[in-house]
Ligand binder design. Sequence first.
Ligand SMILES: *[C@@H]1O[C@H](CO)[C@@H](O)[C@H](O)[C@H]1NC(C)=O
Ligand SMILES: *[C@@H]1O[C@H](CO)[C@@H](O)[C@H](O)[C@H]1NC(C)=O
Ligand SMILES: *[C@@H]1O[C@H](CO)[C@@H](O)[C@H](O)[C@H]1NC(C)=O
Ligand SMILES: *[C@@H]1O[C@H](CO)[C@@H](O)[C@H](O)[C@H]1NC(C)=O
Ligand SMILES: *[C@@H]1O[C@H](CO)[C@@H](O)[C@H](O)[C@H]1NC(C)=O
Ligand SMILES: CC(=O)N[C@H]1CO[C@H](CO)[C@@H](O)[C@@H]1O
Length: 493
Amino acid sequence: MRFLVKFLVAVTLVFSVFVVTTESAPESALITKIPGFNGTFPSKHYAGYVTIDKEHGKNLWYYFIESEKNPSKDPVVLWLNGGPGCSSMDGFVYEHGPFNFEPAKTNTSLPQLHLNRYSWSKVSNIIYLDSPVGVGFSYSKNKSDYDTGDMKTAFDSHAFLLKWFQMFPEFQSNPFYISGESYAGVYVPTLAAEVVKGNKDGSKPALNFKGYLVGNGVTDPMFDGNALIPFAHGMGLISDQLFENVTKACHGNFYENDGVECNEQLNKVGEDVGRLNVYNILEPCFHGTSLSAFDIRSLPSSLLQLGKTEKSLAVRKRMFGRAWPVRAPVRPGIVPSWSQLLADVSVPCIDDRVATAWLNHPEIRKAINAKEESEIGRWALCSGKLLFDHDAGSMLRFHRNLTLSGYRALIYSGDHDMCVPFTGSQAWTYSLGYKVIDEWRPWMSNDQVAGYTQGYANNLTFLTIKGAGHTVPEYKPRESLDFYSRFLSGSTI
Ligand SMILES: *[C@@H]1O[C@H](CO)[C@@H](O)[C@H](O)[C@H]1NC(C)=O
Ligand SMILES: *[C@@H]1O[C@H](CO)[C@@H](O)[C@H](O)[C@H]1NC(C)=O
Ligand SMILES: *[C@@H]1O[C@H](CO)[C@@H](O)[C@H](O)[C@H]1NC(C)=O
Ligand SMILES: *[C@@H]1O[C@H](CO)[C@@H](O)[C@H](O)[C@H]1NC(C)=O
Ligand SMILES: *[C@@H]1O[C@H](CO)[C@@H](O)[C@H](O)[C@H]1NC(C)=O
Ligand SMILES: CC(=O)N[C@H]1CO[C@H](CO)[C@@H](O)[C@@H]1O
């Protein structure tokens, strides 16, 4: 376990008091036109930089979309993708952003944009933030800022929020929520704790923080590490006999056991599940297996239909996100960088083609107020620039504090994700020991069972989305907009 000395130094240097002013939304950040989109925006879009440390030239980039319903009353939601090191434009392009992307016909033309009828901006004001600096379009002129970790990231994102709400004062009284998925299972609670602390300490403006949402979130090494074996067994990926053997050999403790016998059994599990698409076991995996383009065409059509959604454009067939190789749950300490992972050729199912082509096109970067490539480099879905320390420990104490302080929490889980399986999230939410007030039951979307939920005291809700993978709205956009809007409005999911 590493300590927080660096972080504490940074805190003392960076701390400053923000002055509340009465400006309104910055006109210079307003986006009026995006090449590749011919229609009119259903609501206002803004993008730009917030400088959180002038001396270092430290700048966080955001894309903000006003609600299409009632921007002055609807919640403001911050969205964070994980990694660590992945851009939140992943969520914008592939999950719940305002557009669906039609890949460009040639490699010099632009992707064509269509409106996404299941965009989360239908019911909320939403901020996509590239965080920490070194990720997406966010940057620092002092490269030492790329040596970072959980606590520093939370501290900086809080500084961003204070400045952002100062720039957009008309949103200061809206309910405010923090959301994210995957490694944002760490970003969200740590940032929420900073926000609560800031409010207590009188930071200005006060943030009207109400609660948070975490999807397939990294939370705790023991719960996350023990999740795979029961998941693989329940999903029919390993045999009853192997399940019995591995459980016996590892004494039911799969996350840190290094006994020879246990390891042998875990290796057998690895052989069974290793070539699956870790982000959605139903999806084909084009990389990291021997499937060639020809093999893919010859797959039975029933297999090609798997994971098909109502989205007008197909979901990513290959995707990029942090692959915790099946037996490497997130542990305290340095998290390997994306370039190190890629060098090991251990990230399966990679694709970021539409997003990469779009966000590196000079016309697009100009339109969305992002710095030019010559100044800050290429946009990458996940950054290899960071030296990132997982220094916040288990998230359980954060969740306990936040929920006991009255903040609402939705912990949701695509139930076909093998990266952060629902079995872990289900187990840790239960482990908090809160009274069950809404016993496990199906929840409905469009007259169909969309998944299962269990509600606890202290406004904690656990929810699964049936058939969804790691990036839930990418697979189940309609169901996702349903649970999202019900949670935000405070009604029963
Ligand atoms: C675009 O595609 C053509 C034909 O496939 C290829 O020769 C060219 O190198 C590509 N250009 C870029 C910038 O990728
Ligand atoms: C937008 O307009 C351009 C030029 O008229 C056209 O080539 C393109 O197909 C249109 N895109 C969409 C999505 O309608
Ligand atoms: C970058 O920041 C570090 C830590 O604050 C400082 O020691 C260093 O002098 C800075 N470097 C530059 C080039 O400003
Ligand atoms: C389980 O363990 C038994 C006893 O060691 C062995 O005979 C059997 O082959 C194992 N089965 C599997 C599936 O590993
Ligand atoms: C939990 O709350 C206590 C009391 O407000 C505070 O001292 C502590 O730092 C909090 N812990 C976390 C992890 O937020
Ligand atoms: C908005 C909401 O659901 N609030 C509830 C949070 O939890 C407390 C105690 O469990 C309830 O009294 C609130 O109604």
